[in-house]
Design a protein around this ligand. Structure first.
Ligand code: NJP
Length: 241
């Protein structure tokens, strides 16, 4: 289809896989992240008529607004915003990694809110649209070490369900994509080397492929306009919790 989709965190992992899956399905994509060269590669692969990119830091409200504005300038509308950027520097609370807690809140919560703020006036005017956010199994379950990360993902559950209820009359669909372990670069933000190595090993050996998650995004977008897929919770079969 030819929907216009804005994706944050498009430079690696789930975001980059979603760019490829949606581009192959015919969508027009406006993609953002901080690593511009990775975005450039994706835009070159599919061509500027279909994929345009802009360096974006989701912790900066104006930067997120500029990405959404690019979609309107280039393609005239925004059918879907996919808030996918996220960080997971997990640690136990007593380690007092307060800066890392703040980074997670800034990217995983405030970044999503900035995206919603940028598209809502457009989608209300269009009388339709879809907001997708990558949530997590961690939006449902907490473990020692994931308190703040899970806290950000639980927060997204509340924000997205509030958005769904408030915007039902404007036909704005909401979707949370909530995976368990996925084989991406997410482990790289964990600063404790032992914890990082354990998560990296688990994601690589047992994780879903990023494309598995991208296919769930395509499914949620590809439904008839009156079908809201509010959440897709998906785990590798071997992941128990
Ligand atoms: O990880 P990764 P994933 N501004 O590290 C971007 C959730 N999730 O694909 O800026 C803008 O490969 C970063 O881009 P860059 C997770 O919570 C994952 O797994 O260039 N973008 C990159 O494109 C997250 O919400 C698993 O560094 C920023 C992307 O975010 C989502 O999946 C399990 C940014 C991260 O890509 C995608 O993560 C789960 C900023 N300030 C949920 N900071 C899993 N992998 O196991 C970061 O349940 N990014």
């Amino acid at each position: 289809k030819d929907k216009v989709v804005v994706i944050t965190g498009a430079s690696s992992g789930i975001g980059a896989a979603t760019v490829s899956v949606l581009a192959q399905a015919g969508a027009k994509l406006v993609i953002g992240a901080r690593r511009e060269e990775r975005l450039q590669e994706l835009a070159t692969k599919f061509g500027a008529a279909q994929v345009v990119f802009q360096k974006t830091d989701v912790t900066d409200k104006a930067s997120v607004q500029a990405l959404v504005d690019l979609a309107v300038t280039k393609f005239g509308r925004v059918d879907v915003l996919y808030n996918n950027a996220g960080l997971m520097p997990i640690s136990e609370l007593a380690e007092l990694k307060v800066d890392e807690w703040e980074r997670m809140i800034d990217v995983n919560i405030k970044g999503v809110l900035y995206g919603i703020a940028a598209v809502l006036p457009i989608m209300i005017k269009q009388n339709g649209g879809q907001v997708i956010t990558t949530d997590s199994v961690a939006g449902h379950v907490v473990h020692p070490g994931t308190a703040v990360y899970a806290g950000t993902k639980y927060a997204i559950q509340a924000i997205m369900d509030g958005l769904r209820q408030e915007q039902a009359a404007h036909h704005i669909r909401t979707t949370m994509i909530s995976p368990g372990a996925v084989n991406t670069e997410l482990f790289s933000t964990i600063t404790d080397p032992t914890r990082r190595a354990a998560v990296e090993k688990d994601e690589k050996e047992n994780g879903l492929a990023a494309e598995d998650v991208a296919n769930a995004v395509l499914y949620a977008i590809d439904q008839p306009e009156n079908v809201g897929i509010n959440e897709i919770l998906m785990r590798p079969v071997s992941q128990v919790r």
